[in-house]
Design a protein around this ligand. Structure first.
Ligand code: LIP
Length: 272
């Protein structure tokens, strides 16, 4: 496969993200069909519908690139030289409850060493009409404007986001750190979308974000956006398919925050 033009890849991902975002915006306050409901997770018919829409748009531009998505994985995705990594609605529980804090996340991963690495990332929040984009090696942008992580280096001035995923191991890891960090940071935030927590770190709205137990499609685009905004993105594989622990920060706070926790369990899951 000839090496695709990354700007054309970005344009196709942006088009697909905006198309799915329009469906999310139109359905936020409408009744939604639930395909699966679990204690800490919900899967909607709209998740499937949006991934199908995204897949059609991407295939129209790059039919040779398979999709690895939350709502379905092309068999070719594991062996391909490049693949799309798609979360059609990141923050599904928020969206299911009518909370306007959710996003479309699309990344292009290219084979790198024994694995894959994100080369292009797009995260679109249709409710704020905020589009984050990144191409590896170039500055991250929000609605076309260059962005950069914060410069805050004091823990007591930090706004830190934590994510409570879906399984007891990850919930317990983050719960312990939530308790410890509460007394040290300015504020903690639990917002329910990994992709947006990452873009908020990239934009300097959050100073760090920690979660144990997210999936590749939640973070493939946002992690690149953090790196292209001058931040630090650590992730570490966990048990389970495409499951990771992560720590994202402005590059000034990770170790200081770890020292504020008794063992830093959710930080440890990031392997650092
Ligand atoms: C969500 C993540 C969030 C995590 C949730 C869920 P989804 O992704 O964005 O950070 O805490 O458990 O995994 O399922 O809404 O695409």
């Amino acid at each position: 496969m000839p090496k695709p033009s990354l700007p054309k890849i970005l344009a196709a991902a942006t088009d697909a993200a905006r198309a799915a975002g329009a469906v999310m915006r139109a359905n936020l306050d409408r009744p939604k069909r639930v395909n699966e409901a679990h204690q800490h997770d919900i899967k909607l018919e709209l998740d499937v519908r949006c991934q199908r829409l995204i897949t059609r748009r991407l295939a129209g531009a790059f039919p040779e690139i398979p999709v690895l998505g939350e709502e379905g994985i092309d068999a070719a995705a594991e062996g391909a030289p490049a693949r799309w990594v798609v979360d059609p609605i990141d923050g599904t529980v928020n969206f299911a409850y009518g909370i306007p804090h959710a996003a479309v996340s699309i990344a292009l991963e290219v084979r790198h060493g024994r694995g894959f690495r994100s080369e292009v990332g797009v995260v679109y929040d249709p409710f704020m009409d905020e589009l984050w984009t990144a191409i590896r090696g170039k500055p991250a942008r929000l609605n076309g404007r260059r962005i950069h992580v914060s410069t805050r280096s004091r823990v007591d001035e930090a706004v830190v986001s934590l994510g409570f995923a879906k399984h007891d191991d990850s919930l317990n890891a983050v719960k312990a750190d939530f308790t410890d960090l509460t007394h040290h940071v300015r504020k903690l935030r639990v917002m329910g979308s990994a992709a947006l927590a990452l873009t908020y770190v990239a934009t300097g709205r959050f100073d760090a974000y920690v979660e144990a137990g997210v999936r590749l499609w939640d973070i493939a685009a946002g992690g690149l956006i953090v790196e292209c905004a001058g931040g630090e993105f650590w992730s570490h594989p966990l048990a389970g398919e495409h499951r990771y622990g992560l720590v994202a920060s402005n590059g000034l706070l990770r170790r200081k925050l770890m020292k504020c926790t008794s063992g830093g369990r959710s930080f440890q899951t990031a392997g650092h």
